[in-house]
Design a protein around this ligand. Structure first.
Ligand code: FES
Length: 129
């Protein structure tokens, strides 16, 4: 299996790994086929224009190299974005930013973008309570 340089970079030195204490939103997803798990925690705050932005985001992944790299990349892409922008990050955006993923590993990037979406959903649900 050939991984791009970017994937190896994010796998060996992942960004934003860990868990935010008292997060505003939590997203956990798993892939039943490979059994890999991903958890994303976010902190949300308002920017100067009053828009809600992802102030901080961290991930924990129990999974393959591509799962680690895609989680790391998705946190990088999401940081500083408004919730609406972050929600639009697709698995293709993640894969492209990593200079591509082997076809067999595309599902791993699903986990990353789905976990982020779940975390945003969770935040909105809590806020509207
Ligand atoms: Fe399952 Fe990568 S093999 S997330």
């Amino acid at each position: 299996m050939e991984y791009s340089k970017k994937v190896m970079e994010h796998f060996t030195k992942p960004k934003n790994m860990g868990e935010i204490k008292n997060p505003d939103g939590i997203g956990t997803v798993g892939n039943p086929v490979c059994g890999d798990l991903m958890k994303i925690t976010i902190k949300v705050s308002k920017n100067k224009k009053g828009k809600e932005v992802i102030k901080d985001v961290k991930f924990k992944t129990f999974g393959c190299a591509a799962a680690v790299a895609t989680s790391s990349m998705v946190t990088e892409l999401a940081k500083g974005k408004t919730l609406n922008e972050a929600e639009k990050i697709t698995r293709n955006d993640v894969a492209e930013s990593l200079e591509g993923l082997p076809p067999l590993k595309m599902h791993c990037s699903n986990l990353a973008s789905d976990a982020l979406k779940e975390a945003i959903k969770d935040y909105r649900k809590k806020k509207n309570k």
